[in-house]
Design a protein around this ligand. Structure first.
Ligand SMILES: *Cc1c(COP(=O)(O)O)cnc(C)c1O
Length: 393
């Protein structure tokens, strides 16, 4: 009896197989056993390749990182435990007290919060500027400006940043250009080809694509900067879960297909919504009535992305009827899922703003942002016809 129990708790070696698995195995091991201290020295000194402790790196994260590296034209990218961990690794892992950081004035809400609340607490000054205006960006740069964080397409009004102008200004003035490429994805825009120094992703969104993994990615063009970001992420425990990495890798195989389908759906949906009674306006970058239409064309070609925003007449009451009238369209504050999701910025991402500040951005109570999924287009258009009718029913 006692002997049996001992046998039960003894670790059993991984079975040998002359053939290799085609699907990536999940490797949840926290720790790795080395042969002897000399072997460990060789590993830590980079003479051999190996893992030691999962917080410092594990195979599932590395497989996923190299796939995203391939999409972004990067090398040595890092996977973090969330998109916000990637943002934090860059802002806090690179900047020091006395630095100044610029950010787009319509960044992702949590990124804005980190800029406004956390950086100043650490003696890092910030300014938020309109990224559609490169002259405003240039005017805000100071001698101590270390970096500018920008998103190519803003949330939720889908304004398109003057990336060419910003890249020129940043290069001229020695400011690191950091691009959060979550919305555009490497299929819509490749920041490293356009002068970016650092690229960030919330892998949680389109890249993983199934709303079942929370992850981030960060890559820097300069290997020394990348190493500093990696060490900071390890020290502060931004490590991703192997299972989430495995799920995201699985999702990533279909990312190009999902993206192309969602984008084609979004372009069709935008035109459809614009023709429905009770819809006051539709925002989609490649539509001629978009405020940044020409820049969107120049920057993104015909790639308008998978996000559409629109405004219904009738204020909050109509908005309530709209979401209740279309329960098949998940009313959920995320984006990039295989299924279409609806978000209502005045009650979620932008609820912290005053109604006046929201109005200045054009975000009224009838404003919705749609993350378009990969559904059959006819079904999707019918769902929205029904939802808009319900809003005014
Ligand atoms: C969601 C998102 C983030 C944060 O990512 P998480 O994985 O939710 O932490 C950062 N930037 C953008 C543009 C996002 O959409």
């Amino acid at each position: 009896m006692t002997t049996d129990r001992k046998t039960l708790v003894r670790r059993t070696p991984w079975p040998h197989s002359a053939s290799r698995p085609v699907g990536t195995p999940i490797q949840p091991s926290v720790v790795y056993a080395a042969a002897d201290p000399d072997a460990l020295d060789a590993q830590y000194e980079g003479r051999t390749q190996g893992y030691a402790y999962a917080r410092e790196g594990h195979p599932n994260a590395d497989v996923l990182a190299s796939m995203i590296d391939g999409l972004e034209g990067a090398e040595g990218g890092l996977i973090t435990g969330s998109g916000m961990a990637a943002v934090a690794a860059v802002l806090l892992g690179v900047c020091r007290t006395g630095d100044h950081v610029l950010g787009g004035d319509q960044l992702y809400g949590r990124s804005l919060r980190m800029m406004r609340e956390d950086l100043p607490r650490m003696g890092i000054a910030i300014d938020l500027v309109d990224p559609t205006d490169a002259a405003a960006v240039a005017a805000a740069i100071r001698p101590e400006t270390r970096m500018m964080l920008v998103e190519v397409v803003s949330n939720p009004t889908l304004r398109v940043a003057d990336m060419e102008g910003i890249a020129r200004v940043c290069a001229d003035r020695g400011v690191l250009l950091v691009v959060d490429n979550t919305f555009t994805t490497p299929r819509g825009y490749r920041p490293f080809d356009q002068g970016a120094d650092i690229v960030i992703h919330s892998v949680t969104k389109l890249l993983a694509g199934h709303s079942d993994a929370t992850l981030g990615y960060v890559a820097a063009r300069d290997p020394e900067l990348q190493a500093a970001i990696r060490v900071f992420a390890i020290t502060t425990g931004m490590t991703p879960s192997p299972f989430d990495c495995w799920l995201a890798e699985r999702g990533l195989y279909s990312f190009p297909l999902r993206y192309d389908r969602a984008e084609a759906n979004a372009a069709r949906l935008a035109d459809h919504l614009a023709g429905l009674p009770g819809v006051r306006r539709v925002l989609y970058p490649t539509r001629p009535d978009h405020p940044d239409h020409n820049r969107a064309r120049a920057l993104l070609g015909d790639r308008g992305g998978h996000m559409v925003s629109f405004e219904v007449e009738g204020g909050r009451a109509a908005a309530n009827r709209l979401t209740r009238g279309a329960p098949q369209l998940a009313f959920a504050p995320t984006l990039g899922d295989v299924g279409t999701t609806l978000s209502h910025p005045p009650s979620s991402s932008h609820r912290g703003l005053t109604p006046e500040a929201r109005a200045a951005l054009g975000i009224t109570e009838g404003f919705f942002r749609v993350s378009v999924g990969v559904e059959e287009i006819d079904l999707l258009l019918a769902d929205f016809t029904e939802a808009i009718a319900a809003a005014h029913g």
